[in-house]
Design a protein around this ligand. Structure first.
Ligand SMILES: [Fe+2]
Length: 262
């Protein structure tokens, strides 16, 4: 639940209208500036806790050590294929809309990221995490923990069977609700490609109101976090299907190329 950073009680006094107006002003300024941004802003005041915890010094590029250009290696015995099914971890079926979410993991050059770890965590259908800090009054589902993992195959494809998570309230401002989402953690072909992000569902009415989603100021970049409904993934009388591809960026520079550049 890494987006549940609890904002201060002062921030909780803001209304949705106030936060929405801040979002609108920042979006307007972004359009005016005309400089494309593809990543979330780390300092995005409508997302209250980002103000205090974002880096205040410019990042310094550090040339990766050799070890960082190596891929983490996972053996077949390290991740059981059953761990990709979040619906079979308990005695019964979880409540909710059963679904498959699948896609390919590609590097910045369009190559499949093979045999790498994809981890997900999510709320249950009622928007509740199994986490003691999540105390909002929605039911815990005894048949759903909300954690799964798998390895990508030779084509870079991952696939999870789970249930659709519900939206949930958080304390960024008064009546703040997160759009339904699944958290993803990925290892790329280099340790430096490690990425943690969130996948959303198409047409969520909470998109415009959510400061985390809106912290990505570019609409096209935001769209890349939204899965598409795919009827070819949907299975007859069993579950719905969503597709979401992930592109890991990375320099892919080998030590040899660095020497050449120098
Ligand atoms: Fe979350």
């Amino acid at each position: 639940m890494n987006d549940s950073n609890r904002a201060s009680s002062d921030a909780a006094a803001s209304t949705q209208a106030e936060v929405s107006e801040e979002i609108r002003q920042i979006a307007k300024a972004y359009e005016r500036d005309g400089v494309e941004e593809t990543q979330p802003r780390l300092d995005y005041p409508p997302y209250r806790s980002s103000v205090l915890r974002h880096p205040t010094k410019d990042p310094h590029h550090a040339d990766p050590e050799g070890i960082e250009l190596w891929a983490p290696v996972f053996g077949h015995q390290d991740v059981d294929p059953l761990e990709a099914n979040l619906n079979i971890q308990h005695r019964g079926e979880p409540v909710g809309e059963r679904m498959i979410v699948t896609g390919r993991v590609l590097d910045g050059d369009g190559r499949p990221v093979r045999h790498q770890l994809v981890e997900i965590w999510q709320a249950n259908a009622g928007g509740r995490y199994i986490h003691k800090r999540d105390q909002h009054p929605a039911a815990i589902d005894p048949n759903f923990t909300g954690v799964g993992r798998c390895l990508t195959d030779a084509d870079g494809t991952y696939s999870f069977t789970t249930i659709k998570p519900g939206p949930y309230p958080w304390k960024n401002h008064r009546n703040a609700w997160r759009p339904a989402h699944i958290h993803f953690s990925l290892f790329g072909t280099e340790f430096t490609q490690r990425m943690v992000t969130q996948m959303y569902f198409p047409g969520d009415p909470l998109f415009a109101l959510d400061p985390i989603y809106q912290a990505i100021t570019d609409q096209r970049a935001r769209d890349r976090l939204v899965a598409t409904y795919d009827h070819d993934v949907t299975q007859h009388e069993w579950c719905t299907g969503y597709r979401w591809d992930i592109v890991l960026t990375g320099t892919h520079r080998t030590p040899l190329e660095e020497e050449t550049e120098a």
